[in-house]
Ligand binder design. Structure first.
Ligand code: RP5
Length: 163
């Protein structure tokens, strides 16, 4: 049975080292008052944890999953293969290839199992949080108003001329 009080957004990542990036998604959701839960779920190091999380995500009450990983970043695609929930992929900036490996391994999904792929690194994580909120806002008018207010404040914060 689905928990009605459960956080609606899950933020999963392949490693503790991804949190420095993925916390930007959490911060974006916090700004909009969207409850979330963050977990380390590695496609390579904790495969059974991955299966248990992805197969149980919908029943746990999640509506959107944000998945971040770096390098050979299989996590978002594997999560998407085991749930019908929308999965937003964040390519974490790797040391060896600056995240281009992460980006290509997340974005190049075969037809049939989509992963909505964001930009490399912190901007992608922030936008994943904002996009998750926008998805939830389609059925949550109060959240839609908070999202509009956030966008308006952002617009107002941009000076017309450089200082
Ligand atoms: C991936 O390997 C993780 O998503 C992380 O970005 C990368 C490196 O992990 P660590 O070696 O820092 O744990 O699975």
């Amino acid at each position: 049975m689905t928990r009605s009080d459960a956080p609606k957004v899950a933020i999963v990542m392949g490693s503790q080292s991804d949190w420095a990036t993925m916390k930007c998604a959490a911060e974006a959701l916090d700004k909009l008052g969207v409850a979330h839960e963050a977990r380390i779920v590695s496609a390579h190091r904790t495969p059974q944890r991955l299966v248990d999380f992805a197969q149980g995500a919908a029943d746990a009450g999640f509506k959107v999953i944000i998945a971040g990983a770096g390098g050979a970043a299989h996590l978002p695609g594997m999560v998407a293969s085991m749930t019908h929930l929308p999965v937003l992929g964040v390519p974490v900036q790797s040391k060896a290839l600056s995240g281009q490996d992460s980006l290509l391994s997340i974005v190049q999904m075969p037809a049939g199992i989509p992963v909505g792929t964001l930009a490399i690194g912190e901007p992608g994580a922030t936008n994943a949080g904002l996009l998750a909120a926008a998805i939830l806002a389609t059925t949550d008018p109060a959240l839609a108003e908070r999202l509009k207010a956030f966008r308006a404040a952002q617009t107002d914060s941009v000076a017309e001329r450089p200082q």
